[in-house]
Design a protein around this ligand. Structure first.
Ligand SMILES: [Zn+2]
Length: 201
C-alpha cells in the first residue's frame, strides 16, 4: 500500500490539489481564496521529492483511489457486488496513517471487519476469521484487503514520516514494526521468542 505522507499534514498532498491551487485567483497574502491554503510560489520550481522517490522505487504504482476502484472493477465480473452480496475485511497496520486506506475501501464496499495488527500482521486465527464470516450469509462473497505499509516522507526518504498532527516535530518510522524487524535482522539479533503477554512484539 502506498500513501503519501508529508510534513504539513497527514492528508495527502496530491498533484491535482497543487494544480487546483495554482489555477485559483490569489489573495494578496498569497492564499487560495476558497480554502485559504498557502499557494506555491510560481517563480520557484516545485520539486516533489515524494513523487520522485515513488516513481523511482514503484514506477507503476496506483494511487489509493485508483487501486480500490480497479480492484472493484476486477471483482464485479466475478460476482462481487458492493453493497449487494459482498462483505469486506481489512487487515492493515494499526498505525493511524493507514486509516485513509480503510476509509477508501469502506467507501467502496461498506463497513469493514477489521483484522489487522502491527505491521499488517493477521492474528485472527480460526476464531477471528470465523467471527468475520459470521457477519455475512453463507452465500455472500468476502473480499480481504490486507497490506503492510511503507511511508515516503516529503523529502523522499523511504520508511519515515512526520506526524505533525500529534505535535511531534521529529520524524518517525513507518512502518515502525517493519523497521524494528529489519533492524533486528540487520544486527543479527532476530528475536523469535513468542511472548504470550505481548503477542505483537
Ligand atoms: Zn505500521
Amino acid at each position: 500500500m502506498l500513501r503519501k505522507t508529508n510534513s504539513a499534514s497527514s492528508k495527502p498532498r496530491s498533484a491535482t490539489q497543487t494544480t487546483r491551487h495554482v489555477s485559483h485567483e490569489t489573495h494578496s497574502d498569497n492564499t487560495c481564496p476558497n480554502c485559504h491554503h498557502p499557494l506555491p510560489m510560481m517563480s520557484t520550481p516545485v520539486v516533489d521529492n515524494f513523487q520522485s522517490t515513488l516513481q523511482r522505487v514503484f514506477p507503476n504504482a496506483y494511487n489509493l483511489e485508483e487501486f480500490v476502484f480497479r480492484t472493484k472493477q476486477t471483482l464485479i465480473p466475478k460476482g462481487f457486488y458492493p453493497h449487494v452480496n459482498t462483505f469486506v475485511c481489512v487487515g492493515l497496520c494499526r498505525d493511524e496513517i493507514t486509516s485513509p486506506f480503510e476509509e477508501e475501501v469502506e467507501a467502496m464496499w461498506g463497513q469493514a471487519f477489521i483484522c489487522g495488527s502491527l505491521g499488517g500482521m493477521l492474528f485472527c486465527g480460526k476464531t477471528g476469521f470465523a467471527a468475520a464470516h459470521h457477519h455475512a450469509p453463507e452465500t455472500a462473497r468476502i473480499v480481504y484487503y490486507c497490506f503492510t505499509h511503507i511511508a515516503i516522507d516529503n523529502l523522499g526518504m523511504i520508511g519515515t514520516v512526520y506526524r505533525t498532527r500529534s505535535g511531534m516535530n521529529e520524524k518517525t518510522t513507518a512502518c515502525g514494526a517493519l523497521a524494528a524487524f529489519t533492524s533486528e535482522i540487520a544486527s543479527n539479533k532476530l528475536n523469535l521468542h513468542f511472548d504470550e503477554e505481548d503477542i505483537e512484539m
